[in-house]
Design a protein. Structure first.
Length: 81
């Protein structure tokens, strides 16, 4: 993972509540598009633009996953008085 992504994850984890981060999900339309692109990829029918779009979606998914892991860790830490 790029260090700039790590910085973004750390920043968001420190400035957005863990609950808000964990509640975030992409819209139904975006999920449907990702499913469609994944299916086209399995069939070998992706255009180069679709391949780039799917790659960006996968990068976003990885980033969001890391952010949610950080949020879970923060949520489980004992609160400081």
């Amino acid at each position: 993972m790029l260090s700039v992504y790590r910085e973004l994850i750390e920043y968001l984890a420190d400035h957005v509540s863990p609950e808000d981060i964990l509640e975030f999900h992409v819209s139904d339309a975006e999920q449907e598009r990702a499913d469609e692109l994944t299916e086209h990829n399995k069939e070998g029918h992706l255009t180069s633009d679709e391949a780039r779009e799917l790659a960006q979606m996968l990068e976003f998914d990885e980033l969001l996953s890391h952010l949610k892991v950080q949020a879970l860790h923060r949520q489980r830490q004992p609160q400081q008085p």
